[in-house]
Structure formats: structure tokens, C-alpha cells
Ligand binder design. Structure first.
Ligand code: TYD
Length: 225
């Protein structure tokens, strides 16, 4: 017999420039929620559905103009939101998503110079409907922003695999992307938590856990592992 969840869904996103090192922390937080008995949906953008993963491959590897890029990003997001994120939240699950709309403002807006007001309109259009109450726009409950200097991130990326269309961008691009995240954090300070990603791995993990326990979503570790 399955017991229906009485807990409300939780939507947490992870953001930061390429090389900020968020991946392992997402997996770790998923483990912490699972240990606490929560069902977790681990997903990513662009991607998270068969259609959105196809769009991801195009976005990361095919040349295109800025508007095409923006429309594909939002098309992927719409499919992901309607098919995966909203149903999981409705089931009371914890949805951990590697990037969401803040990445669009940071990369396409600040990085590529795409009009911010147009992005706001597309955000509203994409993140409403889909079974949500009328006039309600889906936003993350918490966005963990892995912040570190672009030069440090670039060094970390050097050893990584062949760069995609975004990772191949010059340092100035990532400096603008970083500024885009800072601007989004200024516009929604209650939703954003800045993580100092320049610190040692364990200290970064501790900051992530602290942000989640401080909101009462996980019990604080009482000394036991
Ligand atoms: P990323 O999480 O870095 O994937 P991986 O760790 O496998 O490299 O995301 C892929 C890229 O997509 C990243 O460089 C940022 C870019 N991106 C955008 O430009 N706009 C968006 O809206 C999203 C979600 C991602």
C-alpha cells in the first residue's frame, strides 16, 4: 500500500557559472533528503525529458542566433516543467534541478546581451499554466547560487572534457554571466542563497546543508553522520 505524501513539494535549483562545481553537491543533497525519507526527483536544464534532452544537444553544440537560443531554452523548460517538475511537486517530492530560469537571465541575458524585459515576458509565459493555479508563476523555493571568481572557474574547467558552446566562451563572457546571477539575486533576495564556491569542498557542502536545514526542510545533523 502506498501512503500519499502529506508533505508539500519542494523545488530547489542550483546555479552558477561553468566550473563552479555544483554537480557533486546536488547528488549529496539528494542523498540527504532520501535519508530523511523524502522522495527526490533529480533533474537538470536544459533537459529532464526526452524532448528537452534533444533540445539540449542542439543548444550545446549547434550554432544559432540569440533569439533561437532563447526560444529553445524556454521550449525545453516548458516541456520539463509540465511533464516532470509540476507532477513531482504535486506528489509532494523534493525536486532538485541543476539550473533553471536564472541561468537564462545569466547566460542569454547578461552573457549574450539578450533583452532582459523579453526574458521576463517569456519567463511568465513559460512558468504559468501547466496545472498551476491561475495567475501563479512557478518559481524555485530556494536557489543555491554557487559563486566563485570566473578566473578560478576557468582554471577548474581546463582539466575537464572538450568544451561545449558555452564552456568555450572567453573569460569576459563568464564575468558578465556572474553579474547576471548577482542581478537576479538582488531581484529575489529571499529566494537566493549565495554559496561561496571558492572554499574547500567540505565547507561548500556544509553551506548547502546549512541553507536547507535553516529553512526547516532537513533536520540539522546532531553530530552523527
Ligand atoms: P551545465 O549544468 O553546465 O551542464 P554540464 O555540467 O553537463 O556542462 O549546463 C549546460 C550549459 O547550458 C551551461 O553552460 C549553461 C547553459 N545554459 C544556458 O545557457 N541557459 C539556460 O537557461 C540553461 C538552463 C543552461
Amino acid at each position: 500500500m502506498t501512503t500519499p505524501s502529506t508533505q508539500p513539494g519542494l523545488f530547489i535549483t542550483f546555479e552558477g557559472i561553468d566550473g563552479a562545481g555544483k554537480s557533486s553537491h546536488i547528488a549529496e543533497l539528494a542523498g540527504a533528503f532520501a535519508n530523511a525519507g523524502r522522495s527526490v526527483t533529480l533533474t537538470r536544464e536544459p533537459g529532464g525529458t526526452p524532448l528537452a534532452e534533444k533540445l539540449r544537444a542542439l543548444l550545446l553544440h549547434d550554432a544559432m542566433d540569440a533569439l533561437t537560443e532563447v526560444l529553445l531554452v524556454f521550449a525545453a523548460r516548458r516541456d520539463h516543467l509540465c511533464r516532470v517538475i509540476e507532477p513531482a511537486l504535486a506528489r509532494g517530492e523534493v525536486v532538485l534541478c541543476d539550473r533553471f530560469t536564472d541561468a537564462t537571465f545569466a547566460y542569454q541575458g547578461a552573457g549574450r546581451g539578450f533583452d532582459w524585459q523579453s526574458l521576463l515576458k517569456l519567463e511568465l509565459l513559460t512558468q504559468t499554466g501547466c496545472g498551476l493555479e491561475p495567475d501563479l508563476m512557478r518559481n524555485p523555493d530556494l536557489t543555491l547560487w554557487f559563486d566563485l571568481p570566473p578566473a578560478v572557474a576557468a582554471e577548474r574547467l581546463v582539466a575537464a572534457r572538450a568544451p561545449d558552446r558555452f564552456e568555450a566562451q572567453p573569460l569576459e563572457f563568464f564575468t558578465r554571466v556572474s553579474g547576471g546571477y548577482a542581478e537576479r539575486a538582488r531581484q529575489a533576495p529571499q529566494r537566493f542563497a549565495r554559496i561561496d564556491a571558492a572554499l574547500a569542498r567540505e565547507q561548500v557542502a556544509a553551506q548547502v546543508l546549512q541553507q536547507v536545514t535553516a529553512r526547516g526542510w532537513l533536520a540539522a545533523a546532531g553530530g552523527a553522520a
